[in-house]
Design a protein around this ligand. Structure first.
Ligand code: IPM
Ligand code: MG
Length: 368
């Protein structure tokens, strides 16, 4: 197999981003050595850090860096320091949304996995999540209410009128649906379309287009669920789902809910993909300013984002598997950061757990 080469743009961002990224890089080094990769890692400014240094959450130089890279490893952005800025300039919105749009990242993969050993971390009753679960939210990321036109606020005789438009075209639905079906093929072979087809025109189009794509994938079962019902079923029995396919806003909400029932946001990676192998990989949790700088943040979401990156952007499923097995191994062996520790147990720091994962990979002990 060809040795993966290329450039990774590393955008650590704010809050816990930099410390989690630093710990993750130790794992990357171990993977590179073990698998003979020749990756170049180049850091760029993003989010509040970029606002402070360059007066812009997504400076042009950062966009250029991402353009020259095969993949972007993203940390997290935002924090109290920048919360008083106008909404359009705040790190989350002014960095993430343009990145998605500029690079055409229309498909967002958000796995929500509850490891059997961490059933106690879920806010759900243990009998509802016994044995853990593994749900994948595939969210459309560059359409719908986030980007549809018109999008404006205008003055009226009575006050103001604001409008956001939920707009979808056939091709936008087709391409993300293909991603969902391909993902399901490597999983439990079930896609559930989350929509509001009893009310929304766009949902009717989604159903029609998704049914058409399903005909090309006879091995995959397709079903449909209204978004309100999906929200309810996720807290009743999350394990009943495999792949949940969602338009942009539904996916935003449903993926946070799936993440919450999986116990800790610090465990969940994500991938944002477009045409070709370029992708942006980021932890699902935010910048967690309350614990930033303490060295206690859970780096597993960032580390698992590297696994997704190696698998998708660098076609290295073996390296990805080694990372996942090392992560599952440390969990099995009782390594716990503060967010997933049981009452009375001792927790380890960000670096400790990353170093242990790196050590296992280096010694070929991914399996723990
Ligand atoms: C997410 C976030 C973003 C979104 C915000 C920060 C713009 O909530 O990635 O889910 O709504 O997409
Ligand atoms: Mg969100």
């Amino acid at each position: 197999m060809a040795v993966p080469k290329g450039l990774v743009a590393v955008l650590a961002g704010d809050g816990i981003g930099p410390e989690v990224m630093a710990a993750t890089r130790e794992v990357c080094t171990a993977v590179e050595k073990a698998y003979g990769f020749q990756l170049e890692w180049k850091e760029g400014l993003v989010g509040g850090a970029a606002i402070d240094a360059r007066a812009k959450a997504l400076p042009d130089e950062t966009v250029d860096l991402c353009r020259s890279a095969q993949a972007v490893l993203f940390g997290s952005v935002g924090g109290p320091k920048w919360e008083s800025l106008p909404p359009n300039e705040q790190p989350e919105r002014a960095a993430l949304l343009p990145l998605r749009k500029i690079f055409g990242l229309y498909a967002n993969l958000r796995p929500a996995v509850l490891y059997p050993e961490l059933v106690g971390c879920s806010p759900l009753r243990p009998d509802r999540v016994a044995g853990g679960f593994d749900v994948l939210v595939v969210r459309e990321l560059t359409g719908g209410l986030y980007f549809g036109k018109p999008k404006e606020t205008v003055k009226t005789a009575q006050g103001e009128r604001a409008v956001d438009s939920m707009v979808y075209e056939t091709h936008e639905i087709e391409r993300v649906t293909q991603v969902a079906f391909r993902a399901a093929a490597g999983r439990k072979k079930r896609v559930t379309l989350v929509d509001k087809a009893n009310v929304l025109e766009t949902s009717l189009l989604w159903r029609k287009v998704v049914k058409g794509i399903a005909a090309q994938h006879p091995a995959i079962t397709l079903d449909f669920i209204y978004v309100d019902n999906a929200a309810m079923q996720l807290v009743r029995e999350p394990g009943r789902f495999d792949v949940l396919l969602c338009e942009n806003l539904f996916g935003d909400i449903i993926s946070d809910e799936a993440a919450a029932v999986a116990g800790s946001l610090g465990m969940l990676p994500s991938a944002s993909l477009g045409q070709g192998s370029f992708g942006l990989y980021e932890p699902a949790g935010g910048s967690a300013p309350d614990i930033a700088g303490k060295g206690i943040a859970n780096p597993l979401a960032q580390i698992l984002s590297v696994a997704l990156m190696l698998e998708i952007s660098f076609s290295s499923p073996e390296a990805a598997r080694a990372i996942r097995e090392a992560v599952a191994g440390v969990i099995r062996d009782g390594w716990r950061t503060a967010d997933i520790v049981a009452p009375g147990e001792k927790s380890v720091g960000t670096r400790d757990i990353a170093k242990e994962i790196a050590r296992r990979i280096a010694s070929g002990r991914g399996k723990g």
